[in-house]
Design a protein around this ligand. Structure first.
Ligand code: NAD
Length: 350
């Protein structure tokens, strides 16, 4: 799939739906009980917006425990049109964070990936048009949509050749968003997110190297690294990611696709060095075979977001890991109701 034709811009610029700064918005956060979603919900409530959360019925709402009075929770499956229809009534902005697969494991079952992520999103977009939603904000993946980079940092206009089905389905959703805008006037902004980490991220071997490593350190367990530790990623604390979401939820944007990361690549070995420093613990690390789906390096060019959204990340990796470690030490037994995406481990891609 090809990307924007201009050097750093998107093909159809100028999102204009007249959101004025300070207006109270009715927001529906799809997947709002998850790691990123719950932080966005916190921030939206803090800014006085009217917030609804849509998430699966059988999962723990622990991430939102402090907000149960402040938000309306809709339980259901986003692949079920009846479930999402009620939740969309009167909504201005949908923040689409439902995640059903992970980068590496998605290659084991691309059919499932397309059937759930893509088809589910199409049903959501269709319903959003019918209900008069003004805008959709979509969490895409800056860590996978580009594939192996031919320049660093990677701009939004870089060619897209994902090494995993997850990255392909993210791109498919991006393309359908543009189609729905073109045909039906549904506005959207895509954030191609790098590698977010922080409080509430699962530490039980699912996604996110930093959370997984800290979780192992917490219990004195062994950290497993695929490859020699040179794989480098662009790590962003979730608080910085949330400020980017707020920017595109609350205001018009000049472009429709933004990279959101730190703009720096840090190797797994260097992450371990910071973790050792922050935790003061001895690390037990084992190295195993590298995986084919892991690109050697990912680092996003965030110039467009800085210039256009007046956004920039503020937390250093060390400060972000300190905050995450502090939280983990206080929530050592924290876990979500169940493993939503199985017990697959996924630590390297965003
Ligand atoms: N965490 C990352 O490293 C990262 C990086 C780039 C992009 N993203 C994307 O951001 C989004 C949020 O990621 P996250 O890390 O917060 O994941 P998460 O698993 O913590 O949250 C996803 C939420 O979606 C909900 N969900 C899953 N299937 C559902 C269904 N059928 N119906 C309703 N809800 C369902 C889950 O219950 C969960 O609360 C995902 O789309 C993910 O692909 C994440």
């Amino acid at each position: 799939m090809n990307e924007p034709t201009s050097k750093f811009g998107n093909r159809n610029p100028k999102t204009r739906i007249a959101f004025s700064n300070g207006a109270k918005l009715r927001c529906l956060v799809m997947g709002g009980a998850g790691f990123i979603g719950s932080h966005i919900v916190d921030a939206l409530v803090g800014k006085g917006h009217d917030v609804r959360v849509f998430d699966l019925p059988h999962i723990s709402m622990e991430n939102l425990i402090q907000l149960t009075e402040a938000v309306v929770i809709f339980n259901g499956d986003f692949n079920n049109i009846r479930d999402i229809s009620n939740a969309l009534d009167g909504v201005d902005v949908v923040i689409h964070l439902v995640g059903l697969t992970l980068p590496g494991p998605s290659n084991q079952n691309p059919v499932y990936d397309v059937e759930t992520t893509v088809i589910g999103t199409l049903k959501l977009l269709d319903a959003a048009v019918k209900k008069g939603v003004k805008k959709v904000v979509f969490a895409s993946s800056g860590g996978t949509v580009y594939g192996i980079p031919n320049i660093l940092p990677i701009p939004e206009a870089h060619p897209t050749f994902p090494l995993c089905s997850y990255g392909i389905t993210k791109l498919m959703v991006e393309k359908y968003l543009e189609l729905f805008r073109h045909l039906k006037g549904l506005e959207y902004t895509v954030l191609r997110i790098a590698n977010p980490y922080g409080e509430r991220q699962r530490m039980d071997n699912v996604q996110g190297a930093i959370a997984v490593f800290l979780g192992r350190v917490l219990v004195g367990g062994k950290i497993t690294i695929w490859g020699d530790g040179s794989v480098a990623r662009d790590y962003l604390h979730v608080s910085d990611l949330v400020t980017a979401f707020l920017k595109v939820i609350e205001q018009d944007t000049h472009e429709r696709i933004y990279n959101i990361g730190s703009g720096h690549a840090v190797s797994l070995k260097n992450v371990l060095t910071v973790i050792k420093h922050v935790t003061g613990r001895r690390l037990c690390v084992e190295y195993t075979d590298a995986r084919k789906e892991d690109v050697p390096i990912n680092c996003l060019d965030i110039g467009l977001a800085i210039r256009d959204l007046h956004w920039h990340p503020v937390l250093s990796l060390e400060d972000g890991i300190s905050r995450t470690w502090e939280w983990m030490r206080n929530h050592g037994n924290w876990n979500r109701g169940q493993t939503l995406r199985g017990s697959r481990s996924e630590i390297n891609n965003g």
